[in-house]
Write a protein that binds this ligand. Sequence first.
Ligand SMILES: Nc1ncnc2c1ncn2[C@@H]1O[C@H](COP(=O)(O)OP(=O)(O)OP(=O)(O)O)[C@@H](O)[C@H]1O
Ligand SMILES: [Mg+2]
Length: 235
Amino acid sequence: MSRLFVTGTGTGIGKTFVSAAIAHAATKAGQTVRAFKPVASGIADHDLRDSDPGVLLQAIGVTPSLEAVNAISPWRYTKPVAPYLAAVGEGREVPYGEVVDFSKEALRGPEDLILIEGIGGVMAPVDRLHSVLDWVSALSIPTILVAGTYVGTISHTLTALGVLRAAGVRVLAIVLNETQGSPVSAAEQGTAIGLFAGGVPIYVLPYVEGERSWMRVPCGALTDAILRKPACAAT
Ligand SMILES: Nc1ncnc2c1ncn2[C@@H]1O[C@H](COP(=O)(O)OP(=O)(O)OP(=O)(O)O)[C@@H](O)[C@H]1O
Ligand SMILES: [Mg+2]
């Protein structure tokens, strides 16, 4: 049984893409999978298909109805900003304790793989007192840290890795998700990060063109390592 929290160095870095790729590969390989996005901002109920929970549902073959989204993403806010700010903008507060309880309950499910996508970067504030770091620490499950390959990612990635480790969170892998147009190759960035990453495995994920391209992430090391059985064999 795998339980994973997918976090990142920041927003828009590829957490949903990586989560969907893993969830899809696992489903295709015959595993039972659930993927949650308990807190989401920048989301409107009239456009759920391409929202984070919508994508996570499609990745496991579920139609993203309002009911299905409610079940995996109960705290949704319209403004595309940090959840604390998005909630305050709506005169609300993210109920952090309830988010943690919901996540723990979700992780108790019987599925082979249960994955939770965080929100924003590691230090994004969930409420006025708690960040994503507190949330993942409270769950005691391993994380995947998603980062880009743009110039500047080395420090961003190692800073995020440092705070996760300092909090005692196990980082199962760093996924370097290729930033289009970067003047530095993903391989070079990976090598440099590896010098300081203390042995955490680093996987480079290429940019994959096209609609719902998380379905076509090349099968191989990333998914195999995370799923702990070859996903490629069944595809
Ligand atoms: N390797 C990739 N190949 C192709 N498209 C990608 C890849 N990685 C990310 N994308 C696309 O880039 C955009 C941002 O990625 P994504 O939504 O996964 O980021 P995120 O970290 O989940 O963002 P958020 O902070 O909003 O949750 C999406 O449109 C996604 O489909
Ligand atoms: Mg996302």
